[in-house]
Design a protein around this ligand. Structure first.
Ligand SMILES: Cc1cc2nc3c(=O)[nH]c(=O)nc-3n(C[C@H](O)[C@H](O)[C@H](O)COP(=O)(O)OP(=O)(O)OC[C@H]3O[C@@H](n4cnc5c(N)ncnc54)[C@H](O)[C@@H]3O)c2cc1C
Length: 468
């Protein structure tokens, strides 16, 4: 810790807003990628004014500032790769406003996703984006990563619910968009957009904390859905499950959940939690349909079951009660924890391909595993074509990590060839930066650099991310 920086920050922030010891800095040096970079200090703002104060100081002294939510990011977005001050939003967790009539809420960015969804549910409202990390990840992290989730295919991802942002720029200026802008508040009637300017909100969503620090977010909300039906289908062949996904998509039915889990991952889960009646198999689909018209939901569910049977589903487990539904969902929710038991390092890539290309992609992944002799566990939001391809390895084994890297390179290559994208939801951060140009092209990267410089001329906000 550089002593000038420590002394300066002590003048700006109270004791409970600042951490500087080595042990404390170590705690904020990593995220879910398992990589580690030591920050020089950690600041806990309580308000927008605190963030403005910090940015004015950092801008004057050209010190890197790295926004951080819960550190669940899979691409290193919250890592202080060039040192500097980590700003963690753990103490900005309030719901500032809930409008039940107009169905929207304004929150601080450090609020945990599940806590927000539970809060609005008490008022009969529904916040759909549900990343699998929702019990830990924050809404601020969700917005700048544009997180998706299990309900993404039907209900969309985080960007579909943002209707206003407050953001502090690198020099301490504040920008407000949508319903949080002066014009937006009076104009709000559902989407709150300001059509007369560039759509800054769209630019900020998914910007991975490289353009500014979010301090308030307004989300639109839906009414709670009345009816849902859930089934877990098991298959003897991975490709059969992938064909069911493609067939459901082609049928026009949009399930609220369509999750794919490969057989090896299922085995890990079943060894981790004890579930009667669920037998090991080569692939599993967790499917849910929902809606407010009971008869419509029933018809869609029957059609889904018919497709599963036609495509050789081995076993169908229905959930009639909430307890049964929770049991089926436990399988999906236990994947991460159960995989951590089999290898110390998880390299988790979240590629996305058109649903019709899923069967081919699944086959390609099996071949990659054999070719590079790496254990690969695959699961994910198949309804979106979004697969979490997880390479199980040990970061201490250099030779193995080289094989993993070669397999990841090949995975991205295959994904782009199938018309897919490198990241369905985890973002680019540091781990995928070298591949971004393949997706957006040279001129795309140059334009992004110019946008970055316009927002952050000194490049102090989250430096070293997205651009290789
Ligand atoms: C077990 C597990 C399951 C997951 N499942 C999913 C999933 O289903 N879908 C999905 O999309 N992702 C998933 N993720 C990835 C991750 O949870 C998401 O990217 C999440 O949005 C990150 O939120 P966070 O609060 O942890 O942010 P962090 O990891 O702390 O930060 C992520 C990025 O946001 C920036 N940031 C954070 N707060 C702010 C702010 N207030 N202002 C500006 N920038 C900010 C950081 O600088 C960083 O670039 C999963 C991760 C894990 C570990």
């Amino acid at each position: 810790m550089k002593s000038d920086l420590e002394n300066d920050l002590k003048k700006l922030f109270s004791r409970d807003q600042l951490l500087t010891s080595l042990e404390e800095r170590l705690c904020y040096s990593y995220d879910a990628t398992n990589r580690s970079f030591l920050p020089d200090a950690i600041v806990f703002p309580h308000s927008t004014e605190d963030v403005v104060k910090l940015m004015r100081y950092a801008y004057q002294h050209k010190i890197p500032v790295i926004p951080r939510g819960a550190g669940t990011g899979y691409t290193g977005g919250s890592l202080p790769v060039k040192g500097g001050i980590v700003v963690t939003f753990e103490q900005m967790t309030k719901v500032l406003h809930l409008d039940k009539e107009k169905k929207y809420a304004v929150v601080e960015p450090g609020l945990v996703t599940q806590q927000f969804a539970d809060y609005v549910a008490k008022f009969g409202l529904f916040y759909p984006p549900d990343p699998a990390s929702l019990k830990t990840s924050t809404l601020g992290g969700n917005v700048v990563e544009c997180s998706g989730g299990l309900k993404g295919r039907k209900y969309g991802v985080t960007k579909n619910y943002v209707i206003g942002l407050e953001i502090v720029l690198s020099d301490g200026q504040i920008i407000r968009t949508g319903v949080l802008s002066a014009r937006g508040r009076s104009a709000f009637g559902g989407n709150g957009q300001n059509d007369n300017s560039y759509d800054l909100e769209a630019l900020l969503i998914g910007s991975e904390g490289t353009l500014g620090l979010l301090t308030k977010i307004a989300f639109r909300l839906l009414d709670k859905v009345k009816y849902e039906q859930t089934v877990l289908a098991t298959f003897d062949k991975m490709e059969d499950a992938a064909f069911v996904v493609a067939a459901i998509t082609a049928s026009g039915i949009i399930p609220s959940v369509l999750e794919f889990i490969d057989g090896d991952t299922l085995t890990c889960v079943l060894e981790y939690i004890n579930l009667d009646n669920i037998e090991k198999s080569e692939a599993v689909l967790l499917i849910e349909v929902d809606g407010n018209d009971k008869e419509e939901v029933r018809k869609e569910f029957e059609e889904v079951l018919k497709i599963c049977k036609e495509k050789r589903a081995k076993n169908l487990q229905y959930a009639e009660t909430k307890a049964e539904k929770d049991k089926l969902w436990t399988i999906r929710r236990s994947i991460s924890a159960s995989l951590l038991r089999i290898a110390p390092t998880k390299v988790n890539e979240d590629i996305c391909v058109p649903a019709s290309k899923l069967p081919l992609m699944v086959k390609n992944i099996q071949q990659l595993s054999q070719k590079h002799q790496v254990r690969i566990n695959t699961f994910g939001h198949a309804g979106d074509g979004n697969l979490h391809v997880t390479f199980m390895c040990d970061f201490r084994n250099k030779e193995q990590m080289e094989r993993v890297e070669a397999a990841v390179d090949e995975l991205f290559d295959l994904t782009l060839k199938l018309g897919g994208t490198l990241s369905g939801e985890h973002g680019i951060g540091i781990t995928k930066a070298k591949f971004l140009e393949d997706e957006v092209g040279k001129s795309g990267i140059e334009l992004m650099r110019k946008i970055k410089s316009a927002f952050d001329p000194e490049h102090i906000i989250n430096p070293g991310k997205m651009f290789s």
